[in-house]
Design a protein around this ligand. Structure first.
Ligand SMILES: NC(=[NH2+])NCCC[C@H](N)C(=O)O
Length: 278
């Protein structure tokens, strides 16, 4: 399969800081080699330095989205499936825009459903899914080339278990489909019934059970083992048209043994084999 791996190495406005080191660490951990061995034709594109000189989190976060949207669109123009390696989860808003996605599967330890009215941490990524669903940061999001908010009924939230009280309240008012990994097939059926035709797959690596795999500083108990997540994304890809993938929030400082890159390689290889067959 022709793939474009797009690197967006930012964390909260910081180029190559924290989870912003994740994309490069995945590449130096052998991701391209693993996928080339699996028969894929890979082009790697790094968005480089974007945003303003002050590295403001919000301005830079959306500048990253704009750059990613353009690279994803360019990948599609060249017949390549886009795979975005991101430090920040907000980056998926750019991927969704470039892919013209109308549905999203969001696998994450967190809900990322805060808004500026409810955030208690002031962390833009804690509002990432809310932004994708058109619930906040609307002027900034609509300025991303190609961005259309995804209807909450076309969103599946997988294994989110560390929710802030306001996120739980908001979720109770939204038709977002919630599931754990073993239930994704049912969730996919509901997504199709809701009209999903072009699904973006967002994988925050902290969705994993931290006892099995810790991807960053967040370590809330529960969540899937790597093999369970792999199975779930393959089940999804068998049932849904997946148009692109974001792998987000890997901070190599929490992975001294370098366990994460080969597991991401295995996940993407299995997932793409399923996409190819479907
Ligand atoms: N994508 C992430 N890392 N999200 C973590 C969010 C944590 C917390 N709920 C917040 O709003 O700040």
């Amino acid at each position: 399969m022709k793939l474009s791996i797009i690197l967006a190495p930012y964390d909260s406005g910081h180029f190559h800081g924290g989870c912003g080191q994740g994309p490069d660490a995945l590449i130096s951990g052998g991701l391209v080699e693993a996928m080339t061995l699996a028969g894929h034709d890979i082009a790697v594109k790094d968005i480089g330095k974007v945003g303003d000189a002050q590295e403001r989190e919000i301005a830079t976060g959306f500048a990253v989205c704009n750059a990613v949207a353009a690279e994803v669109q360019a990948a599609r123009d060249n017949g390549r499936v886009p795979i975005v390696l991101a430090g920040n989860c907000l980056t998926s808003a750019g991927a969704v825009a470039g892919e013209d996605a109308d549905a999203i599967v969001w696998a994450d330890q967190h809900g990322d459903l805060n808004t500026p009215e409810t955030s208690i941490y002031g962390f833009l990524d804690g509002m990432a899914l809310a932004t994708v669903l058109g619930l906040c940061w609307r002027p900034m999001a609509s300025a991303i080339p190609g961005f259309h908010a995804i209807d909450p009924s076309c969103c599946v939230l997988v294994d989110a278990r560390d929710l802030d009280p306001a996120e739980t309240e908001l979720l109770a008012t939204l038709p977002v489909i919630r599931t754990e990994c073993p239930g994704v097939a049912k969730a996919a059926e509901r997504l199709i019934a809701a009209g999903a035709k072009r699904t973006h797959l967002h994988l925050d690596l902290d969705v994993h059970d931290p006892e099995e795999l810790q991807a960053n500083r967040y370590a809330h108990p529960g969540g899937p083992a790597p093999a369970e997540l792999r199975q779930a994304v393959c089940d999804l890809a068998r049932l849904l048209p997946v148009v692109g993938i974001t792998i987000s929030a890997y901070d190599p400082a929490f992975d001294a043994r370098g366990d994460v890159p080969p597991l991401v390689g295995q996940l993407l290889t299995d997932l793409l084999a399923t996409v190819e067959r479907s």
